[in-house]
Design a protein around this ligand. Structure first.
Ligand SMILES: NC(=O)c1ccc[n+]([C@@H]2O[C@H](COP(=O)([O-])OP(=O)(O)OC[C@H]3O[C@@H](n4cnc5c(N)ncnc54)[C@H](O)[C@@H]3O)[C@@H](O)[C@H]2O)c1
Length: 425
């Protein structure tokens, strides 16, 4: 019976461990964080993910899932450790290298090693394989089967997507890809495609780069529309009636730990060949300043203006504030020479997730000069728009997500439709 050792018990490694254990395989989860290990051995989890607590509890109680800080012998090693970016936006692959080094003492001929972490192209060839070769393993002869299988799950639906998503497995050798595909076939019901390691690395990165570039195009359109006094939302609507066109929506920028980060993993490996990717990153990163400029214009004639910020997370209906453009905008307003009084509200984000003070809807809106909507949470879409006029000093709303319903008693500007934007009297 296949035994699986998962290195790194975070958002990816923990659900992956649970899914294999639920299917009846012996799984040991390894983490350098002892608290994570102790929590798991109690049958509990340290992250939030719907459906995961029940599966973990059952798997731990049945003895199929255990956790340890020490690696153990296994048939399959799945590496799911972080790959953050350095200050200069290059990828930090040290965690992947260290995780690979950590399994050296327990490796046996014929073992399968799969890296699930998101990694720059050639990381399997240039970072992972050398660690194994230096330890004496002949990878060309398949002493060990080494591969990359990028993870595409979306938090909130991980338990479902781990089973049903299509997987791409890229081997250092064709046999490595095949062995990894066999591992996923134990639990995955989606299609599984075999390729080379570098193709798998690039395909994952291109998925997020595709989205970044397309969002940048929509954001550029919003700026052009502002200059030419055109409604970008109408333009997008009409253009998308073409059967082969799908322009995305403009917004306050791009956040999260994937779309705003993954393009850099390609850029660092091919600086000269990636002007489009680099420009797209710049365009999306420029959107917070564009939003702040509009707030500056609106409040030009107002002393100590109060700005009610609605939404801090990087996308709708989640509490994740990592790389969030909403946080960048809010901090920029807080430290602005104009002396903005900023009152933020987010129904998903808890106070201990951010250093930005949080308020209720009413507190945020009370006597505000401008309401700035930065996330398209369902509560904002469903909000009674008469509240703006009821609580604000001047009911002016700048909606960067095109989500708040319009109302006769307020002035609504949207990124993409800023027609008539002028200083508040
Ligand atoms: N979270 C997602 O939605 C998502 C989606 C797709 C891809 N990914 C990628 O998957 C990888 C893992 O992401 P995550 O969100 O699970 O990270 P995470 O931070 O939630 O978890 C990583 C875990 O690895 C542990 N760790 C670090 N070094 C270790 C080592 N040497 N040995 C054992 N444990 C170690 C950490 O203590 C942590 O618990 C990253 O490359 C990420 O980009 C994540």
């Amino acid at each position: 019976m296949t035994k699986i050792c998962v290195i790194g018990l975070g958002y990816i490694g923990l659900p992956t461990s649970a899914v294999f254990a639920k299917a009846g395989y012996d799984v040991v989860g390894i983490d350098v964080n002892k608290k994570v290990v102790d929590t798991l051995n109690e049958g509990k989890i340290h992250i939030e993910e719907p459906g995961l607590p029940e599966v973990v509890k059952e798997a731990v109680e049945s003895g199929k899932l255990t956790a340890s800080t020490e690696v153990q012998k296994a048939d399959v090693f799945i590496i799911a450790v972080p790959t953050p970016v350095h200050e200069d936006k290059t990828a930090n692959t040290d965690y992947v290298a260290k995780a690979t080094e950590s399994i050296l003492p327990v490796l046996e001929k014929g073992n399968t090693i799969i890296v699930e972490s998101t990694i720059p192209p050639r990381t399997i060839d240039d970072v992972v394989a050398p660690v194994l070769r230096d330890a004496g393993w002949n990878l060309e002869e398949n002493d060990l089967y080494v591969s990359h299988c990028p993870e595409r799950v979306i938090p909130g639906k991980i338990m479902e997507e781990l089973i049903h998503n299509t997987r791409v497995v890229g081997g250092l050798t064709p046999e490595g890809a095949k062995k990894a595909a066999d591992v996923y076939r134990l639990v995955v019901q989606g299609d599984i495609h075999e390729t080379t390691a570098v193709t798998a690395e690039m395909s994952k990165l291109m998925e997020n780069t595709f989205r970044d570039v397309n969002i940048a195009l929509a954001n550029e359109l919003a700026k052009v529309s502002d200059k030419l006094d055109v409604n970008a939302h109408e333009v997008i609507n009409f253009a998308n009636m073409h059967p082969r066109v799908n322009i995305l929506q403009p917004g306050p920028g791009v956040g999260g730990h994937c779309i705003a980060v993954d393009p850099y993993f390609i850029i660092e490996k091919a600086q000269e060949e990636t002007p489009l990717m680099q420009t797209s990153r710049q365009i999306n990163d420029s959107m917070p300043s564009f939003v702040v400029e509009k707030i500056e214009t609106l409040t030009e004639n107002v002393q100590n203006p109060k700005i009610a910020v609605f939404g801090l997370s990087y996308k709708a209906n989640v509490d994740d504030v990592r790389e969030s453009p909403a946080v960048t905008i809010t901090r920029s307003l807080q430290s602005h020479k104009k002396g903005f009084n900023v009152a933020a509200h987010d129904p998903f984000v808890k106070q201990d997730m951010t250093d930005i003070p949080l308020h209720s809807v009413e507190e945020a809106l009370q006597d505000a000069d401008v309401a700035l909507v930065l996330a398209d949470h369902r509560q904002f879409k469903e909000m009674d728009p008469s509240l703006f006029a009821q609580f604000m000093k001047t009911p002016v709303v700048l909606d960067t997500r095109n989500c708040v319903p319009d109302h006769q008693d307020m002035t609504l500007y949207q990124i993409g439709h800023l027609t008539g934007l002028k200083p508040i009297d």
